[in-house]
Write a protein that binds this ligand. Structure first.
Ligand SMILES: [Zn+2]
Length: 117
């Protein structure tokens, strides 16, 4: 999980850089440090807008992926009686709130209880 998140963080950084570059081109025509405007007229809109849209897509996808992997799968446990999955985050005891039986690790659960497959 940690490794994936750092890759996503890198993608968000790249997306942010693309967005920044896009806005620089759109508003200033290029980075002033490299001898002033490089792009003029509609070129600014095309290149700037292009970079901004690519940057937005990269950031958007990365954030969505990040959100999905944000759920800690290790906290998901299964009820052997009703077959429901519960997130034990914030639970005082690892018991099913409906059946009041001790929840089981999701790992290998379907092997032990093939009837819930
Ligand atoms: Zn249950």
């Amino acid at each position: 999980m940690r490794g994936l998140n750092s890759v996503l963080g890198l993608f968000i950084t790249i997306g942010g850089a693309l967005l920044l570059g896009g806005f620089t081109i759109l508003l200033l025509g290029g980075d002033q440090r490299y001898g002033g405007p490089v792009f003029f007229g509609w070129d600014r809109v095309y290149y700037g807008g292009g970079l901004i849209s690519i940057g937005s897509v990269v950031v958007y996808i990365s954030l969505r992926k990040l959100k999905r992997t944000g759920v800690n799968v290790n906290n998901i446990m299964m009820c052997p009686r009703c077959g429901e999955a519960y997130n034990t985050d914030g639970m005082l005891d690892c018991k099913c709130p409906v059946c009041h039986v001790v929840l089981e690790d999701i790992k290998g659960f379907y092997k032990r209880h093939p009837e819930y497959k």
